[in-house]
Write a protein that binds this ligand. Structure first.
Ligand code: ADP
Ligand code: MG
Length: 699
């Protein structure tokens, strides 16, 4: 049970003053959570701060400066009646003899007359500009009288926003959220806290949302670091609990002679690579043993993880049991089905798919057959671990592209059967130092070689100004019958703008090349997406304009060209993933990274790495190193994947401590029953790791 003291933090955001259903929807998007709660807002940390402490006289103000000035209102100059678009101007001055024009667009006259009455003194805060030789401020952030000035925070946090949501909204909601913070027990070790000089959790939050100095809001600050450490510890503790839970449960051996495997391998048009063979051997051995398997199959894009997973599934199926294969998106689930279906048929394995799209009778039938054991292998999305999905005898859960799923989902799936063995596939070449963070002490198989016959991808960087030449080149390739992806710019935090950019490029290319151009994006309905992917896979279309939905795992071996617009905005790992969509077949492949010049040093270095190597592991290491040297990307991308507050470059050094701390805690207090253990339960709830609490053995 969640400690009662946390209740106010888990209340809906709509319980805060000023947050209604409309704003709730915007917060849902901002905080990436369907029904955001007070705690989600509190953990949405500022990206910077505005410093309003500068209080110059008007004759000392410099353009571009954020200032707070005390001025007397001289005159209102409403827009002339016949020019509705013209701004409403208010002239103000101070005793330095300078004047300041306050400029408002689309403002109501009566509102402004009340806000800035002629003849009165007001404190006005905002960014100063020079326009037509005059000092002006467009839409001052703050206008207050003497009384209001006393309450004006002079250092104000700035938050990442989403379209439609204003800074003022977030600040106001945050005030409400901070007021809800209860007194919480301390869950960190006191000696450690003292050594690191960390503030308490609630104090850290107050500090970050109500900074005194702009640099209070830096990831390096004690307050931020405290929260980052909390997050890391919560993660490590959850993993350790999962581990302990898994270890306690005996597994069931699924022994097989390899009959089905042999039939699958015979149906394959190629032979397994050495590392695929080795991974298969390891997995088969694990499955036959009475202990539970918890294995990570790490392999670069295109290294052939799917077939390894299928062979693993065949082993449990041969033992008369079932397997589940969970993909992060519907496109991928269907693609897996397409790849697997013919092979499964060769081995008489009964396969079905279950995603959000299978509804009504169809869904009912699938669920019935599954419960009866008439389906051997169920492929799907997270729909697989919904409550009403019951297997006859689930033995193996394969989870593809794990970084998209949390420990939570992994657990939900393993609870669908008795002692389910787990195989996690990941194409994210996670640096060794981080593997433990995400996967605890899972056993690891690596696919280090590429399947035979792969040709290197010719990777080039080209400034966006030469996009026409790129279009020409793509046109020539299309005329030769080649297939190409064109990935549109990633615009941080706004899916809508991403979409607009993709749409525009699509129309542009379609005008040039006609109906062989198609578009696929995240806002499309599942069926439309599949249809677009299928047309492309079948060669009915040749140029697929896409937002990053094609990022993970899409496999069309005939595609040979990958164009990525605004490559400088993507993370290295993401670019590597995208590039991995080509170079999958026998044809010579090209990847064109279009960037907006000029590039900074780090951005240059990043793109250069991609030109130099296709080794995902090396790219991951270099990425980590470059991040340490200052990240040019937004706050979101620089976080540890799966972490909200901890940043690898700043807080990565605390990972080891968090891991040791978690191990020590559980060694001494496996049921979290001591006072510190009780306090740590609060921590697990706050960071959404409470699933792990259920795994604590009773008594
Ligand atoms: P990923 O590891 O990225 O999931 P896939 O499993 O999608 O890779 O495999 C990528 C492509 O390589 C597929 O078209 C698959 O058929 C092919 N493939 C897999 N193993 C081999 C192999 N040993 N030899 C040749 N091609 C292979
Ligand atoms: Mg894959």
């Amino acid at each position: 049970m969640r400690p009662l003291v946390l209740s106010p933090l888990f209340a809906s955001l709509t319980s805060l003053p000023g947050v209604g259903p409309k704003l709730e929807r915007l917060y849902a998007r901002l905080l990436d959570r369907e029904a955001p709660r007070v705690i989600d807002l509190l953990l949405h940390l500022p990206s910077g701060a505005i410093d309003r402490r500068a209080r110059p006289k008007l004759n000392e103000v410099q353009a571009g400066q954020v200032v707070t000035v005390a001025v007397t209102v001289e005159e209102h100059r409403p827009a002339p009646p016949h020019r509705a678009r013209a701004p409403y101007r208010i002239i103000a001055s101070d005793d330095s003899g300078q004047t300041l024009t306050l400029t408002y667009f689309n403002a109501r006259k009566d509102y402004l007359e009340k806000l800035l009455p002629v003849g009165e003194m007001r404190y006005v805060s905002g960014t100063a500009e020079v326009y037509d030789g005059n000092l002006q401020m467009v839409h001052p952030d703050r206008v207050v009288d003497e009384k209001g000035f006393a309450d004006l925070p002079l250092v104000e946090p700035v938050y990442p926003l989403t379209e439609g949501l204003a800074l003022g909204n977030v600040r106001r909601a945050m005030d409400g959220a901070l007021a809800r913070l209860p007194a919480l027990p301390e869950w960190q070790d006191e000696a450690w806290l003292a050594r690191e000089r960390f503030p308490a959790f609630t104090e850290a939050l107050r500090h970050l949302h109500r900074p005194h100095e702009p640099h209070d809001i830096a990831p390096e600050s004690l307050a931020w670091t405290r929260l980052a450490y909390d997050e890391l510890l919560a993660g490590q503790l959850a993993l350790a609990l999962v581990r302990a839970h898994m270890r306690r449960q005996a597994g069931r051996g699924s022994a097989s002679e390899g009959r089905l495997r042999a039939r699958i391998l015979k149906a394959l048009p190629y032979a397994l690579t050495h590392s695929q063979q080795k991974a298969v051997d390891d997995i088969i051995t694990d499955l036959a043993r009475p202990q539970r398997m918890l294995r990570l199959l790490q392999g670069d894009v295109g290294s052939g993880k799917t077939v390894v997973a299928l062979v693993a599934a065949a082993a449990v199926i041969e033992a008369g049991r079932q397997a589940a294969f969970m993909a992060p998106t519907e496109i991928l689930a269907r693609q897996h089905l397409n790849t697997i279906a013919p092979l499964a048929e060769a081995a008489d394995i009964r396969v079905a798919i279950l995603t959000g799209r299978e509804r009504g009778r169809e869904r009912g039938e699938i669920l019935d057959r599954l419960a009866l054991g008439d389906i051997d292998l169920l492929i799907g999305t997270h729909a697989l671990f919904q409550e009403n999905v019951a297997f006859h005898d689930l033995a193996l859960a394969v989870v593809d592209e794990q970084h998209r799923f949390g420990v939570h989902q992994r657990l939900a799936l393993t609870q669908k059967g008795e002692a389910v063995d787990v195989l996690v596939l990941t194409a994210t070449p996670i640096p060794r130092t981080l593997v433990l963070t995400y996967f605890g002490d899972m056993d690891i198989s690596e696919l280090r070689e590429k399947p035979a016959g792969r040709q290197p991808i010719d990777t080039r960087t080209i400034p966006l100004t030469r996009v026409e030449e790129v279009e020409d080149a793509v046109g020539r390739a299309l005329a030769e019958g080649q297939r190409a992806y064109w990935v549109c710019p990633l615009v941080d935090e706004s899916e809508k703008i991403d979409l607009a950019a993709a749409q525009e490029r699509y129309e542009d290319l379609r005008k040039r090349f006609g109906p062989k151009v198609d578009l696929v994006h995240g806002r499309m309905k599942g069926a439309d997406k599949d249809a677009a992917m299928e047309r492309f896979a079948a060669g009915k279309t040749q140029l697929l304009v896409a937002t990053t939905v094609i990022e993970v795992g899409v496999d069309v071996p005939q595609a040979t060209i990958m164009v990525i617009e605004h490559a400088e905005r993507f993370g290295l790992a993401q670019l590597h993933q995208l590039r991995g969509r080509v170079g999958r077949g026998p044809g010579h492949s090209t990847c064109l990274l279009l960037y907006k010049a000029p590039l900074g040093d780090t951005a240059k270095a990043r793109l250069a790495i991609l030109r130099e190597t296709e080794d995902g592991f090396r790219i991951a290491e270099e990425d980590l190193r470059l991040r340490g040297e200052g990240d040019l990307l937004g706050t979101r991308q620089s976080g540890l994947p799966g972490f909200q507050i901890a940043r690898i470059e700043t807080h990565g050094k605390y990972l080891g401590a968090a891991r040791d701390d978690a191990a020590l805690v559980l060694a001494r207090d496996p049921t979290l029953a001591t006072p510190r253990g009780e306090a740590l339960r609060h921590l697990l709830y706050l960071f959404g790791k409470d699933e792990a609490i259920k795994l604590i053995r009773a008594g």
